[in-house]
Design a protein around this ligand. Structure first.
Ligand SMILES: [Zn+2]
Length: 271
């Protein structure tokens, strides 16, 4: 087994940038043994558009990300339960259609045990074995705070509803900085939860906000993250770059960067 890396596409890209979907799917299918696609399923995306994405995905393995707080999804808020369930049902339709084995879902906005308990309650209602909860930074946009910042909080959610776990390195580091916790201890604690999937990007080690930088544009010890804190058969989404991408070249560079710093890879053993 080898690690697999993903390009990150948004379902809206089939309308606002069909070329990136076409080029991305083609590249990933040509590297299918080492690559997959993580698709963010936006709630505005029609079933017809999802089928168009399926039609150009041929032998590409697709995993999903559900909408988050910027898209009105917040399982920490009881009043949003009906809306949250509608959003998840749409993602579940996409997961069935695209044979996705995992769906990354964020826990609730806000902090404290009540938010975590409500997150567990709603995750139970979603009732889907494919759901993996993602660790989040403390600080979001406009002073908003998020939950699921530490291994203990993620373990609480997992124990409560039996979901999987998506380990986001940048979120872990940002949260540790916000909470004045030891970064290495936090990373080791998250890795000990045996993540199902991973998110990685570059950034600056002293920051509290995730910048989604391309590899090499920040000072994260990426070699250490990758080789010491991911499984050898890990599914790793490269969450690099912001906004609608112009072309896939920067992502190809990121993919090649990962292969280069990865130890125990086939190419390196041969060399
Ligand atoms: Zn996420």
């Amino acid at each position: 087994m080898m690690r697999k890396y993903s390009f990150k596409l948004f379902s809206s890209n089939i309308r606002n940038n069909p070329k990136i979907v076409e080029d991305g799917m083609k590249y990933v299918s040509e590297h299918a043994d080492r690559m997959f696609v993580e698709l963010m399923v936006q709630k505005e995306t029609s079933r017809e558009d999802l089928r168009m994405i399926k039609d150009c995905s041929s032998n590409v393995e697709i995993r999903l990300h559900a909408p988050h707080h910027l898209m009105n999804f917040n399982p920490g808020n009881k009043n949003l339960e009906a809306e949250n369930r509608r959003i998840i049902e749409h993602v579940q339709y996409a997961a069935d259609l695209l044979n996705a084995k995992s769906i990354v879902v964020h826990g609730g906005c806000g902090q404290g045990i009540e938010v975590l308990k409500e997150t567990v309650r709603q995750f139970k209602l979603f009732d889907d074995k494919r759901i993996v909860v993602e660790n989040l930074p403390v600080v979001a946009e406009e002073g908003l705070k998020l939950s699921g910042n530490t291994p203990e909080e993620i373990a609480f959610v997992q124990e409560g509803c039996g979901c999987g776990f998506c380990f986001d390195f940048s979120h872990a580091l940002c949260a540790a900085n916000s909470l004045n916790l030891d970064v290495e201890k936090q990373l080791a604690g998250f890795f000990a939860l045996k993540p199902d999937v991973y998110h990685i990007c570059d950034g600056f080690v002293d920051e509290v906000e995730d910048k989604h930088l391309h590899f090499g544009d920040g000072n994260y010890p990426l070699e250490h993250f990758l080789n010491d804190y991911t499984a050898k058969d890990a599914y790793i989404t490269m969450e690099t770059g912001r906004g609608v991408p112009v072309g896939i070249k920067p992502w190809i560079d990121d993919f090649e960067y990962m292969l280069k710093i990865e130890k125990n890879s086939v190419t390196q053993n041969v060399a």
